[in-house]
Design a protein around this ligand. Structure first.
Ligand SMILES: Nc1ncnc2c1ncn2[C@@H]1O[C@H](COP(=O)(O)OP(=O)(O)OP(=O)(O)O)[C@@H](O)[C@H]1O
Length: 315
């Protein structure tokens, strides 16, 4: 479990471009040793938040701190404690991969060429090639090796697995988990729900510049959706049958409910029902994400009152 020391903190952080609010009153707190996910569709405000953390942008209001340093006023100190992988990393086109890794090992705090080469090999990158002869995926691997090789307390990874094949994606996720095991903090921005689900400890969902939901992944992993097909209608009041049971849909022939607790006590109770079929599946991040971003009828346009969701930023 992460310790309780917040290493990244924002308070009412806001960025306004002219009339347009790209980020609105964002308050979050990331603890040391946490892998913290940022999820949201294109244009939601994730990169704006990241750029404010890096000190590249001046906040319109509010503040952000990394390792106790103000991200805007002390941006030089902030950049010494973090490594950043941009969504589209600019590389030197005429250099060979190894020369790029050497360059970043020299200029980045905590950089190391042997470590960068080790990462590059794990990512199956041919670093003898010149950058301008590399494919998009190869350049992504190069940027990843350069970023992760720097031994900094914080990593900010914007779309780290974009353009990578499934095997290499798994290697990247393993590297993120290893960084956490070394006590490093990772901010992980991605559109790939399954990856966020696999690697993050906590995730915030960003919508139109606002943090609309914070989800602890350990809690989410305990939530299950149970679909029961019935041979006969049920007469019992399901909500009071098992504490924490939430009925989603109920007819004479079918009942669907969600549970946030242990499955064990539920299984004995299920066995007493007149079932013709039963399906148990994890609720998963997709369901949470769809509550905020699905444009279909039924998706919430304002935060729901589900108790497991914290709705006031990530504090
Ligand atoms: N310099 C700028 N001037 C005006 N608007 C901007 C500027 N930079 C970003 N925006 C707007 O702010 C909003 C948030 O952009 P941002 O890049 O943070 O989104 P994002 O969540 O990172 O999206 P993506 O997943 O596509 O990278 C977008 O509507 C974008 O057009």
């Amino acid at each position: 479990m992460p310790s309780s020391t917040p290493i990244v903190e924002t308070s009412e952080l806001t960025k306004i471009y002219g009339q347009f609010t790209a980020l609105s009153r964002c308050s979050l707190s990331v603890e040391t040793g946490e892998v913290f996910g940022l999820l949201g569709p294109n244009g939601a405000g994730k990169t704006t938040l990241i750029r404010l953390l890096l000190g590249y942008l001046k906040p319109s209001a509010g503040s952000a701190k990394v390792s106790g340093f103000d991200c805007h006023r002390q941006s030089v100190e902030v950049r010494k404690v973090l490594s950043y992988l941009p969504a589209e990393a600019a590389m030197f086109p005429h250099m060979r991969g190894k020369e790029v890794l050497q360059f970043f090992a020299d200029v980045r705090p905590g950089g190391s060429l042997p470590r960068a080469l080790e990462f590059a090999e794990r990512l199956e990158l041919d670093f003898s090639r010149r950058v301008n002869f590399m494919s998009t995926g190869m350049r992504q691997k190069l940027a990843l090796a350069a970023t992760l090789a720097a031994d900094t307390p914080v990593y900010i990874l914007d779309e780290p697995t974009a353009n990578l094949d499934p095997n290499v994606r798994s290697t990247v996720l393993a590297m993120v988990s290893e960084a956490r095991a070394r006590g490093r903090t990772v901010i992980f921005s991605s559109h790939v729900l399954s990856e966020v689900e696999e690697v993050c400890d906590r995730v915030v969902i960003v919508r139109k510049g606002e943090l609309v939901c914070t989800q602890e992944m350990s809690q989410l992993r305990m939530q299950h959706r149970i679909l029961c097909r019935l041979d006969a209608p049920l007469d019992e009041d399901l909500s009071s049958a098992i504490p924490g049971l939430r009925v989603i849909r109920r007819t004479d022939r079918e009942v669907v409910f969600e549970t946030a607790g242990e499955l064990q006590p539920l299984l004995g109770w299920l066995a007493t029902l007149p079932l013709s079929d039963v399906k148990i599946e994890p609720v998963g991040l997709r369901a949470i994400y769809d509550r905020y971003h699905n444009t279909q009828p039924g998706a919430v346009q304002s935060p729901p009152s589900t108790p497991e969701l914290s709705l006031e930023g990530a504090k």
